[in-house]
Design a protein around this ligand. Structure first.
Ligand code: LP5
Ligand code: MN
Length: 245
């Protein structure tokens, strides 16, 4: 029996075209997650989510069933959308037995005020991405996108992925990392001192320290799942990154 703990994952980028992360996720559900109190998925669970009417795709059925099996065992599952799956909606949440969280969200992790975010909001030096992000998060743009036939939405997502990869190849790596002023601005919104931040997106797993109003906090960056599975586990003694393959 393990002590009370919470698990955090992100950036699995699940797609039928990449079997490794999908197989790792099924193992994670069976071997690593059953005894946790809660699982927090902090974005980019899917490679691309083009609307809840894609729930019947056999791959999506398999992933939502795996998630549902956790809540059926008494694990609370939370899902914060990332820049790949920000179009998840209530039908997905119901099928997967989870609760969707706004980005960012502050929670209490066994007594530690903790800010959860996908992390892309911190990447403010990447101005081309921030412009793109503002555009695709507008209700008008999303309504327009979701009104298109599923096959067309898949094609557009594929084309955006290609354009994004091309754009990234021209960007300096430091542009695509977090900006410390953006982190400070986010933390400043909260009246209570945030002692811990957990996020993904940058695929640069690490623990960093930060200073805010004389307080030292810790920022945990989650790993992607391209070659091995990885998660952050937090209990009353603190957090640690763990991986498996
Ligand atoms: O995803 P990742 O980590 O590889 O790169 C991100 C940023 N890219 C994106 C784009 C997504 O990868 C595209 C896939 C979306 C799937 C969702 C489908 C459903 C909604 C469709 C939405 C249109 O998020 C990348 C960052 C990188 O993180 C690091 O932070 O640099 O940003 C870009 O590369 C964006 C480019 O700089 C500019 C955008 C080029 C495309 C312009 C199209 C504009 C018209 C869109 C309206 C149809
Ligand atoms: Mn991301």
């Amino acid at each position: 029996m393990q002590p009370p703990h919470l698990l955090f994952i992100s950036d699995l980028h699940l797609t039928p075209e990449r079997p490794v992360p999908a197989n790792l996720f099924h193992r994670f559900i069976k071997e690593h997650a059953p005894e946790t109190q809660a699982l927090y998925i902090l974005g980019d669970f899917f490679e691309a989510w083009v609307g809840d009417d894609d729930l019947s795709l056999p791959f999506n059925v398999s992933m939502t069933k795996a998630l549902k099996s956790l809540s059926e065992r008494g694990v609370a599952v939370f899902f914060m959308p990332g820049n790949r799956d920000f179009l998840v909606g209530p039908a997905f949440a119901q099928a997967a037995g989870l609760t969707i969280l706004a980005d960012p969200t502050c929670i209490d992790v066994l007594g530690v005020p903790t800010l959860l975010t996908h992390g892309d909001c911190f990447c403010t030096d990447d101005t081309a991405y921030q412009d793109f992000r503002r555009l695709v998060r507008t209700p008008a743009w999303q309504q327009d996108f979701l009104a298109q036939p599923l096959v067309q939405r898949h094609a557009l997502a594929k084309s955006l992925r290609e354009r994004s990869e091309h754009a990234k190849s021209d960007k300096k790596p430091e542009i695509m990392d977090v900006n410390s002023d953006a982190i400070a601005a986010t933390l400043a919104v909260y009246t209570k001192p945030i002692q811990r931040i957990i996020h993904g997106h940058t695929h640069r797993p690490a623990r960093h320290a930060y200073q805010l109003n004389g307080l030292t906090g810790e920022r945990w960056v989650l790993p992607d799942w391209y070659t091995s599975g990885g998660y952050l586990v937090c209990d009353a003694g603190g957090c640690r990154l763990a991986d498996f393959s």
